[in-house]
Design a binder for this molecule. Sequence first.
Ligand SMILES: [Zn+2]
Length: 255
Amino acid sequence: MAAEIRVFTCLKDNFGYLVHDTESGATASIDAPEAGPILTALAREGWTLTDILVTHHHADHIGGIAELKQATNCRVVAPYDQGAAIPLVDLRVRQGDVIKVGELLARVLETPGHTLDHIAYVFDDDKALFAADTLFSVGCGRVFEGTYPMMWESLLKLRVLPDDMRLYCGHEYTAANVKFALTVEPGNAALQARAAEVAHLRTAGLPTVPTLLGDEKQTNVFLRADEPSVAAGVRLKGAGAVEVFTELRERKNKS
Ligand SMILES: [Zn+2]
């Protein structure tokens, strides 16, 4: 009764993910950056695509939908999308909805900020969080459509999930994120350990995901905007979390 998850690269630095229900044989792709690598991964495993779970409307997350739908006639699950950019949607989902991939259950969390339509999928039983461009390992997404307070609220929604939840994010940005985080919290021992681990993984050509949410809570400065050490690290001692988060995000934009 467990999910099997495969991680691979799409486009330049997007992660492709397949979530397979061993019981029913159902398989979901989290987003569809491009069809080729997803079809290759499916063929390698001998799995049939039944669902695409879309997190938000950006082109590097939906570009492969049409070709995958044509090839497999899979179901396309997507957030309510005011811009109607997401093609061929079969099911629109919002906060609190639970969808099935075979017998696997995925809970929908609305996490606006990066885009207004952004959602995350939480497989509680399988301890897997697909956070796309809201929460990266040791980083977070740029705030394109929402506001900084909105993005901070979205991060808090993810931070309350259990420490043993595995984070699968949208992009391989971890090395750059670690470099930035160390400018804010140079004395954070957990972050220093993560920096060494990430350097080792990247040298070996391996992905830096999944990570444990418990480790992110110790190392991800964006999730730690309400920690005094992070406020001090951006010269905002005593400031509120939203102010600190805003400063972090703007500094990262310029880094
Ligand atoms: Zn995006």
